[in-house]
Structure formats: structure tokens, C-alpha cells
Design a protein around this ligand. Structure first.
Ligand SMILES: [Zn+2]
Length: 310
């Protein structure tokens, strides 16, 4: 927190720019990058195809962004997801190659937002790479909330699945990411679409998990949509390019067909949570498939080096 305060004081009139959708302001805020197995990220797609779009390292891992979404509307300060956090030690940071380009608190400070300013945290789902930054370790090693003044919103079905994971999804959930929020009375369990602020709401879709919450910003005639892990990177735009992690891959395919068609017809800005390079795109038809045009770079690329870095 001290670093964030310094950052704010040091650069008072130099806040990073917000995007605008109608009158709603938003920005991607980064928790850095991490890496996951490239094969798992692209499901049934053969490696000779995906490695051209996402080159793997020597362990077959590809780099992913942790692009959380900051939204300001009607006096509300909303944070959608908060990355992987920095609570884990041991082999975890190494296995997932967690980058320290930036982190969620530092990235929010770039926009003049202190943790205490956030009044709403929305979880698209509770996988560790989406909910880890909502808690941190205190000096006694206990996980405590990072955003103490925020209501933290989660889908009921997702909390239920996180509390009772299958053998296959267990590795994706870390209870320390939501338990301190429950204990602190900060967790709001909701069912279905939720209005967050004027022009900002969630929608719920099956695919990556049973009830994935996405976020829609709609103001005037403009619309920006954050589909979370149902469309994690620009490389996942081809409809069958679906993650092997998805619990309901056929639903992800159906979601993407609908979503991408509407994104073209209604000229949506599509915001990408895991692309390491591209933060947001416009979609166009490309023969029978879809293509993308970048409208915003990913935030981990534009984050300044941490104080003291070479
Ligand atoms: Zn994810």
C-alpha cells in the first residue's frame, strides 16, 4: 500500500488514461502475467496451429495476461476480477511463472485508485487467476481482504462449485481467495444478472464454468463487453478454439457463435482478460470465421517498471 501511495503522490497529474464507452469510463488494470500449458489453453487444437499464435516456452507454457477491469460510473468504482495475487509461495509462483511486471494494487494506483476507493469487486468466477488479488497475507501470514470497503459479488452456483469442486476442477480453487471475504461479511452471493452502476451490469453464461459472469458496459449507442474465460485471448476468437480447462466446452462454442456474431453486428468493444498483448478488440467477419482489430494494448505491456527496477 505504501508503494501505491508513493506512486500517487509522485505522479499526481499523470494518471493513466481511461477508455470511454458512452459516459462510462473503464480501463484494464493488470496483475502482471503468468503462464499455463499451451495445449490445455487450446483444447482440441493441434499444437502446429496454436504455437504460431502463442509461442510456448521450453515447458510448453504460454504467457497470459491478468487483465482485470476497472469501471467508473455514477460515482461507483468497480473492479472486475483481480488476478492471481501474491499470497502463494513455494513452487506455485515458479510453476505458473508469475511475472512481477506490476500487480493489481500498483496498476490501480496508476489510475489514482487506492484499494480503499474500490466499492464493488465482481468475480467472473473464483478460479485462482481471477480472485487471488482480492486477499493478501498480513504480517502474521493470515489472508485478509485487499479491498476492505468493497462489496464482493459472486454467482451462487460458482461459490457452490468452488466450495465443492470436482477432482478435475479442485486445482483451480484456493479457499483463501474468498474465505476472508465471507468471514469479513464482504461477500454478496447473487443469482443471475446484476446491475452494478448506471450502464454497467453482469450477464451469466455457461461454458468455462457452470455460471460464468461477464460484464457489459452500455452507454448511449456504445457497448463494451468483458466475456472473461469464455473468450480469454484474441487467439481464442476462432469458434472451436476453446480451452481444455472448460467444464462445458460445447456451451462455450455455442456462446462464442452467438457472442461474436452480435459483437460484429453491434460493433462491440470486446475486452480480453488473458491476452498478454491485446487488451481490447473489435470483431469483424472473415469468411466463415471472425477476425480481430486491436483497439487497446494489454496493460501489463504499458505498466511502468516498479520502483528500483533496472
Ligand atoms: Zn482464467
Amino acid at each position: 500500500m505504501a508503494a501505491a501511495e508513493e506512486e500517487r503522490e509522485g505522479r499526481p497529474q499523470d494518471e493513466a488514461t481511461m477508455m470511454k464507452t458512452g459516459t462510462v469510463e473503464w480501463a484494464l488494470v493488470s496483475d502482471g502475467t503468468f503462464r499455463l500449458d499451451g495445449g490445455a489453453m487450446f483444447g482440441i487444437v493441434p499444437k502446429p496451429l496454436w504455437e504460431k499464435k502463442a509461442p510456448p516456452d521450453e515447458q510448453n507454457r504460454i504467457t497470459l495476461g491478468l487483465n482485470a477491469l476497472l469501471v467508473r460510473s455514477g460515482g461507483r468504482t468497480i473492479l472486475v476480477d483481480n488476478g492471481i495475487g501474491r499470497k502463494e509461495s513455494g513452487r506455485f509462483p515458479e510453476i505458473f511463472a508469475i511475472g512481477d511486471e506490476t500487480d493489481i494494487v500498483r496498476s490501480l494506483a496508476e489510475h489514482g485508485v487506492a484499494p480503499g476507493d474500490v466499492d464493488t469487486v465482481v468475480y467472473t468466477h473464483l478460479h485462482f487467476d481471477h480472485s487471488g488479488g482480492g486477499t493478501r497475507l498480513d504480517p502474521d501470514g493470515r489472508a485478509v481482504p485487499v479491498f476492505p470497503n468493497a462489496r464482493h459479488i459472486v454467482q451462487a452456483a460458482e461459490l457452490e462449485d468452488a466450495e465443492n469442486p470436482s477432482e478435475r476442477s479442485r486445482v483451480s480453487y484456493v479457499a483463501e481467495n474468498w474465505r476472508p471475504l465471507q468471514e469479513g461479511g464482504l461477500l454478496d452471493v447473487v443469482e443471475g444478472e446484476t446491475e452494478l452502476a448506471p450502464g454497467v451490469r453482469t450477464f451469466v453464461a455457461k461454458g468455462h464454468v457452470r455460471e460464468l459472469a461477464g460484464v457489459v458496459i452500455e452507454s448511449g449507442r456504445e457497448k463494451a463487453v468483458y466475456p472473461s474465460d469464455n473468450l480469454p485471448t484474441a487467439a481464442h476468437v476462432p469458434v472451436p478454439w476453446v480451452m481444455g480447462f472448460d467444464l462445458y466446452p460445447n456451451d462455450t462454442v455455442a456462446f462464442k457463435k452467438r457472442f461474436l456474431g452480435r459483437a460484429v453486428d453491434e460493433e462491440w468493444t470486446v475486452i480480453l482478460e488473458h491476452d498478454p498483448l491485446v487488451g481490447a478488440v473489435k470483431i469483424h467477419r472473415d469468411g466463415k470465421s471472425f477476425g480481430v482489430e486491436e483497439v487497446l494494448a494489454a496493460p501489463s505491456l504499458v505498466a511502468p517498471a516498479p520502483p528500483g527496477a533496472e
